[in-house]
Design a binder for this molecule. Structure first.
Ligand SMILES: [Zn+2]
Length: 332
């Protein structure tokens, strides 16, 4: 993500402002069972925490009730336990966090960071700048609201006034990043018209409240980071470091999505999917490790963990076995 046309002002430097003991997290959305794509984020964030003497937390990002699938959060947690991915504190559920998001929202509003927008999704989606946007991706908003939108009776969405400057940070895998949010997508939504808080606000509030020092997640969220840094600055919250892991894609280059057809990670031998994740992350595990007991797999992985091996890698093909429902999904 870069924007050559941006002003040269640098909002932030690339170093972490937070200090103290390492604390990482894995934050899945319960839109389906854990699949190989989210397993990469789980394994990567877990190994970073374990090799740096830190804690590893799990947060269920069930912010959006229409997208949440019943039972999926429990299924994800059961799979993590079965794979030996043991977390260190109580699991946080975003659905219980409305008060915290509300407080942050009111603070931003009181300090003049927010403004109400009544543009409809259909209106914004019809703009040329939004024709190529993927489903679920934030829609570009022009500098001013679209004609006629102010007459709409519906309650507004609340947008964050993005300053026209470059936000820079150094990603620990993807290298130096820079984005001018105001020019890339415009002022962005922190509270939707239906009253739900946007992911960008929730994740910033949660990371700060959980004391997260290091965010390790999939590269599909690289583009969200500049917006999150702007919110951290406005709310005067510490900034974690960022590490965006390569995304697992299928044979046609499409990322494995929980809402798609990617099979659940539920292999009869739990070592096998962990070793497949290590292979995907270019850790070069020995062939026999896939048949070793789980504690041996983790001992090997912690001893040999080298994030430099996937430096700069944005995506990679998921192994064929990870896409095969017959091998992966074994009922309990
Ligand atoms: Zn608008």
């Amino acid at each position: 993500m870069s924007d050559a046309k941006s002003n040269s002002a640098i909002a932030t430097t690339g170093t972490a402002e937070s200090s103290g003991r390492y604390r990482g997290r894995f934050a899945p959305s319960p839109t389906g069972p854990l699949h190989f794509g989210s397993l990469i984020a789980a394994v990567g964030s877990f190994l970073e925490a374990r090799t740096r003497g830190g804690e590893w937390l799990v947060r269920i990002e069930d912010l959006d009730p229409p997208r949440t699938r019943r039972g999926a959060a429990d299924a994800i947690l059961r799979t993590l336990e079965r794979l030996g991915l043991n977390w260190d504190a109580d699991v946080l559920h975003q659905s219980n966090r409305t008060d915290a998001y509300c407080a942050a929202f009111e603070r931003l509003r009181a300090e003049g960071w927010l403004w109400p927008c009544r543009c409809s999704r259909a209106q914004l989606a019809a703009l040329p700048a939004n024709q190529a946007r993927a489903m679920g991706e934030e829609l570009v908003h022009p500098k001013k609201c679209l004609p006629g939108s102010h007459r709409a009776a519906a309650s507004p969405a609340w947008r964050f006034r993005a300053p026209d400057l470059d936000v820079g940070f150094v990603d620990r895998v993807q290298g130096p990043q820079s984005q001018n949010v105001a020019r890339a997508g415009g002022d962005f939504v922190v509270r939707r018209r239906d009253g739900l808080f946007a992911y960008q606000l929730a994740v910033v509030v949660d990371d700060a409240d959980q004391g997260i020092t290091d965010v390790v997640r999939g590269a599909d969220l690289l583009d969200s980071t500049a917006r999150q840094i702007l919110l951290q600055q406005a709310l005067q919250l510490p900034r974690p470091t960022y590490m965006h892991l390569p995304l697992a894609v299928d044979a046609s280059g499409v990322k494995l999505s929980k809402s798609g057809d990617a099979p659940a990670v539920w292999h009869p031998a739990p070592s096998a999917p962990v070793v497949a994740a290590l292979e995907f992350l270019r850790q070069d595990p020995p062939a026999e490790l896939g048949r070793a007991p789980l504690d041996e797999v983790w001992a090997w992985a912690i001893e040999h963990w080298r994030p430099s091996r996937f430096s700069g890698m944005r995506s990679g093909a998921a192994p064929a076995a990870a896409l095969d429902k017959a091998t992966m999904e074994v009922p309990e």
